[in-house]
Design a protein. Structure first.
Length: 268
């Protein structure tokens, strides 16, 4: 794995977010890659609950300032960065005055899902990819964790299909049990189609639930990791039979299994 580049895109990572299976694995896996001489970058949204002073975040001016078009609206992108204490790992934070500042992860203060969670996911996907382009950091593998990252494989495969930085990139999607229930805005599909993305699997979003978003992500992936048998049973039919899959829980000794899985893509 020496010198290979793996990009981790997640909805949450410790120590910046509360400890869950997803946030823990989004820390442990980059550390595993680093410990085996690989290179990593980690991306998460800059939710309002993340304490910038405590975690020593600072804005990266040279990366900020891009306007992303979301459903025919110009939305400014802000990039912040921090280093995980005692680890040689940088974390990039996708920030937006409209989509993340002062906001929680999924729900507003009344306990309802944010009505613009669909636009937050589109903004996050575009924001991460545009930042990677500015960094000129071509990843060998992109590993996706969490709902807000789920559009990344679709956008790499279609919207950014002609960008040479992703010519040799493989995308892996992890599916966890702590998935959200509920629906996105009814116009979610139209907002993606505004970006002139055409794929037969977009029809999944005619019923724009969080599970349908995961299904769409799996149809675009080059590899899939199920973190539980229940997740596998629910979503396996949406995974192309030709792509590699792994079933591995965080309770197992996952290190060897993940390294073997990553290396199966790097050796191609």
């Amino acid at each position: 794995m020496k010198g290979k580049k793996i990009l981790f895109i997640s909805s949450e990572v410790i120590p910046y977010m509360p400890q869950t299976e997803l946030s823990s694995m989004s820390f442990k896996l980059p550390k595993l890659v680093n410990d085996n001489q690989g290179q990593t970058r980690i991306f998460i949204p800059k939710y309002g609950i993340i304490n910038e002073r405590r975690h020593q975040l600072h804005e990266v001016i040279r990366l900020s300032g891009i306007n992303l078009i979301i459903n025919d609206m110009d939305m400014p992108l802000i990039i912040k960065v921090a280093s995980i204490p005692k680890e040689r790992m940088q974390v990039y934070f996708i920030d937006s005055e409209d989509y993340f500042k002062g906001r929680n992860i999924f729900f507003d203060d009344s306990g309802s899902l944010y009505k613009d969670n669909d636009e937050r996911a589109i903004f996050y996907a575009k924001g991460v990819i545009e930042t990677i382009k500015k960094l000129n950091w071509a990843p060998n593998i992109v590993h996706i964790h969490g709902w807000i990252s789920s559009l990344i494989p679709l956008y790499i495969k279609h919207y950014y299909k002609d960008d040479p930085i992703f010519n040799d990139t493989k995308t892996i999607v992890s599916v966890y049990d702590d998935r959200l229930s509920g629906k996105f805005d009814k116009n979610f599909l139209k907002k993606i189609q505004f970006d002139e993305i055409v794929d037969e699997n977009l029809s999944l979003l005619k019923n724009p639930t969080y599970d349908e978003l995961y299904k769409l992500s799996l149809t675009q992936a080059d590899g899939v990791i199920f973190t539980s048998s229940s997740a596998k049973e629910k979503f396996k039919e949406f995974v192309n039979n030709d792509i590699p899959t792994l079933e591995c829980t965080s309770n197992e000794d996952f290190k060897d299994k993940y390294l073997e899985f990553y290396n199966s893509f790097l050796d191609e």
